[in-house]
Ligand binder design. Structure first.
Ligand code: ZN
Length: 362
């Protein structure tokens, strides 16, 4: 019986990170016998968890039926808390964002905030899905979160050693708290990627490291704080107190002059505004230095996410050329990847966390 559960978990994990697969692929990729795959898929189909989604293109022989997890079988909720906003997503078992919402909502470290947050979340999901289908609520926050649900430091929320237990009590499902950049990494199917680094280019710069499909958080949960690596000693002042940190050169706020206008407005201005073109050029140059430093340390794919990451898709050639000049070890820059979710990636990742949890309990 235990052996069967192991095979089932392997199959579900594999399918969770892929759009669709075939029984033959499951057997060969997971090193399982065909009878084991067939009996498991037949049981999972009976439970309504797996269904057929089409056929593979014929290569002359018999077409193989493609199977996938039934996306509406269960859902995860994700909530991203920032100083002035809350983002909410409902993610289905297929990893699709079934719905999302972003509201202006100023953070306060008190009970009234927790109560209102809980109400906003319930309003968000109530008419979309029944509660029995929701596995849990993931909450991503801009700060360092310890295992005992203590936010040990958040510059953005101006907090130190703040217990998240109160917030947990107000939320109607099991809760998982995670740092926002780690959350965004979780959205990228880490199990499928193996080793990877996520660079989150938001108003502050964050990062996450994934080794062998698992988040690597470091002893004090500070791994991946790429924003405070020195890029230019004695350079621009960083909010952390040092001068010359990568954050002061590569955060989105560099482009929006600290929120003077929107990032969208900045990117749109690039076709005509000479000053902004110059600023963008410098930004890409600094980003290239940071990227080549990270690549030297980890030698893995680097996923470009966050607000700026969403726009970089159109500038990969320019960025690639600059990175190439700083790194003479690589023959190409195919290790640079665009993020999978351009909107609410952190919330999506902490929502998806519950699918893995759910499989491990099976
Ligand atoms: Zn700094």
């Amino acid at each position: 019986m235990e052996k069967k559960n192991v095979a089932r978990k392997k199959i579900l994990r594999y399918m969770l990170e892929r759009e669709s697969t075939t029984k033959t692929e499951l057997a060969s990729r997971l090193n399982l016998s065909m009878p084991t795959v067939l009996s498991n898929i037949s049981e999972l189909t009976e439970l309504g968890l797996v269904s057929e989604v089409g056929e593979t293109a014929s290569t002359g022989g018999r077409k193989a039926r493609r199977i996938a997890l039934n996306p509406t079988y269960c859902y995860g909720l994700g909530v991203d808390i920032t100083a002035h906003h809350v983002g909410m997503v409902l993610v289905d078992l297929g990893g699709n964002v079934a719905d999302w919402q972003r509201l202006r909502f100023d953070f306060q470290p008190d009970m009234a905030y927790c109560r209102e947050l809980s109400m906003k979340i319930q309003e968000f999901y109530r008419d979309k899905v029944t509660e029995d289908k929701i596995l849990g609520i993931g909450v991503s926050l801009p700060g360092i979160i310890q295992e005992d649900s203590v936010l040990s430091k958040s510059h953005a929320l101006n907090l130190e050693n703040y217990s998240l237990k109160l917030m947990e009590q107000f939320l109607p499902f099991p809760v998982y708290f995670e740092n926002d950049a780690n959350g965004a990494m979780l959205a990228e199917n880490p199990g499928q990627r193996g080793d990877a680094v996520y660079l989150s280019l938001n108003n502050t710069l964050g990062g996450a490291v994934c080794i062998d499909g698992k988040l690597f958080t470091g002893i004090q949960k500070r791994a991946g704080e790429f924003g405070h690596m020195l890029l230019h000693p004695g350079g621009k002042k960083c909010y952390c107190g040092k001068s010359g940190c990568a954050d002061a050169y590569c955060a989105a706020s560099v482009l929006t002059k600290g929120g003077e206008y929107s990032l969208d407005a900045f990117m749109n201005s690039l076709c005509s505004d000479k000053d902004n073109q110059q600023l963008w050029e410098e930004y890409l140059e600094n980003l290239a230095i940071l990227i080549s430093n990270i690549r030297m340390v980890f030698d893995t794919d680097i996923i470009l996410g966050g607000d700026v990451g969403g726009y970089l898709k159109d500038y990969m050639v320019e960025l690639g050329e600059k990175v190439f000049r700083y790194n003479l070890f690589d023959m190409d820059v195919s290790y640079l990847k665009n993020c999978r979710y351009q909107r609410e990636a952190s919330a999506v990742g902490v929502a998806k966390y519950f699918f893995e949890k759910w499989i491990s309990r099976m």
